[in-house]
Design a protein around this ligand. Structure first.
Ligand code: FE
Length: 178
């Protein structure tokens, strides 16, 4: 076993960075209690599906959100224009196009260009996954014909309407924007 690093007596390297941060940098962000029980913070996406925004990045063209699903079955089929990173916090899901299952604790990378069909298995009625979505989702039929889309701007409109409807005000969305 490695010995812990020993610093000389009286030495303490816990010194904050002494210089200014770069001009034009956007503010940092902390969202406490990301997997919150506060239902006002979860915008409905469809039957038994909600989304909690964490970051809505309009200059990078991506969004980070928690997807919560309280039912099993088919959720949606979509094509990605950008890369997606996912981390399963609770439950499990899979794509009809793949034989792997995203289980609790799994990290998943979805490459740009892929089209897939998201399904929550019958034995799972409580799923939460963290998604970082770059670019757009194009919702498609099984032949790939577009039926709709989602991107950070479409999400912002959806969250604004939701926050307004639950009494937090449309501008509540601004705290998630960078
Ligand atoms: Fe996807």
């Amino acid at each position: 076993m490695n010995k812990p690093l020993e610093l000389p007596a009286g030495h303490d390297d816990r010194v904050p960075y002494q210089k200014p941060q770069p001009w034009g940098m956007v503010p940092d962000m902390v969202v406490p209690d990301a997997v919150t029980d506060d239902e006002r913070l979860w915008a409905p996406l469809g039957p038994g599906m909600w989304s909690r925004p964490l970051q809505l990045n309009v200059s990078g063209g991506f969004y980070v959100h928690l997807l919560k699903v309280k039912r099993s079955g088919l959720l949606q089929r979509h094509r990605h224009s950008g890369a997606v990173h996912a981390y399963v916090i609770r439950g499990r899901w899979h794509y009809l196009e793949h034989d792997w299952v995203a289980e609790q604790g799994s990290y998943i990378f979805e490459p740009p260009g892929e089209t897939h069909t998201l399904v929550v298995p019958d034995d799972c009625t409580d799923m939460i996954t963290l998604f970082t979505v770059n670019g757009a989702l194009i919702y498609v039929d099984p032949q790939g014909n577009a039926t709709g889309y989602d991107d950070v701007f479409a999400r912002i409109e959806r969250y604004r309407a939701h926050f307004e409807s639950v009494g937090l005000g449309a501008d509540y969305v601004k705290r998630f924007m960078r």
